[in-house]
Design a protein around this ligand. Sequence first.
Ligand SMILES: [Zn+2]
Length: 181
Amino acid sequence: MAKPVLLIGVGVVALTIISVLLLAAQTSEVSGEVKCPFCGSKEVWTPIGTKSENFLWKCFNCGKTWSKTYSEEAYRDWLHRTPVIVRDMVLKFVAAKHPDAKQLLPPKPVWSVQQLSQDKVVYKCGGWIISVEKTEEGYKVTLDFSATRIPGYIGIPHRIVWTGIFTFDGKIVEESYGHYY
Ligand SMILES: [Zn+2]
């Protein structure tokens, strides 16, 4: 009489173990991704090339900081995303500092991507050409807008060129800005 009950009991224990293992696998996968634990933003930074690399993190979206060492794979994924983070942070910086450039930025840009070398990527959209190159000093960024690149543009030709550095510790240094008519 006790046998079926025992079998059911063993079955329940086995199912519980399996579900706990599955849950653990899911949780570790989610927490392994490099993103802000407070707001979920993926626009986060760690000081590259210092003792705090892959340990101290800062979120560009909510400004909070945390310490965590992510797995090598998760960290490599983040490193691979850095040109996109650099591009978008520089665009925010330029938009905040130069209202004349802000009004020319595409509101919902869909960037075409050209990987020119292992360290250099070029993005294009709506008359803008943005190049991000990883150098020894940091990420060298050039923003270049020309109205004449926009198909069907019939206004006055004008051009914007911004150059600067996104440092390995996550700061933006403007080197030059010009809006030429
Ligand atoms: Zn955040």
